[in-house]
Write a protein that binds this ligand. Structure first.
Ligand SMILES: [Zn+2]
Length: 125
């Protein structure tokens, strides 16, 4: 029986190549970037996703905005704003039990709701 040598064990010296510049690793393979909060109040939560070049606005049922039309009292409206020119914002009605009423559970609005919850925002109150 021979001992197994582990790569990278103590004593291994890795020297950078002369003149070589190693770019900082992109986080593409890491966990998804957390959205930045643009606004946080009782009427709306604005989440900004720089890497996806979009923003989400969550209008909870308690929102006092009259322009938000919701199909039922417990429905949150998630509005997806792409930063692409000429793309209309999309509204997704989301209920706590059913997910998006237009697209079901597999909808980007679900990510927005989850991100909202992660910030401490209650999207269904
Ligand atoms: Zn949807």
């Amino acid at each position: 029986m021979s001992a197994i040598e582990l790569p990278g064990a103590a004593g291994t010296i890795v020297s950078p190549r002369a003149g070589g510049v190693i770019p900082p690793r992109a986080s593409a393979s890491g966990p998804p970037q957390l959205p930045r909060i643009g606004r946080w109040n009782d009427n709306e939560l604005i989440l900004i996703l720089e890497d996806r070049r979009e923003s989400w606005i969550v209008y909870p049922p308690r929102s006092a905005y009259e322009f938000v039309r919701r199909p039922s009292r417990d429905t949150a409206i998630v509005e997806l704003h792409s930063w692409m020119p000429l793309v209309e914002p999309q509204q997704h009605p989301v209920r706590p039990s059913d997910g998006c009423m237009l697209h079901g559970i597999e909808c980007a609005a679900r990510d927005a709701i989850q991100a909202a919850v992660d910030t401490g925002f209650d999207p269904f109150r």
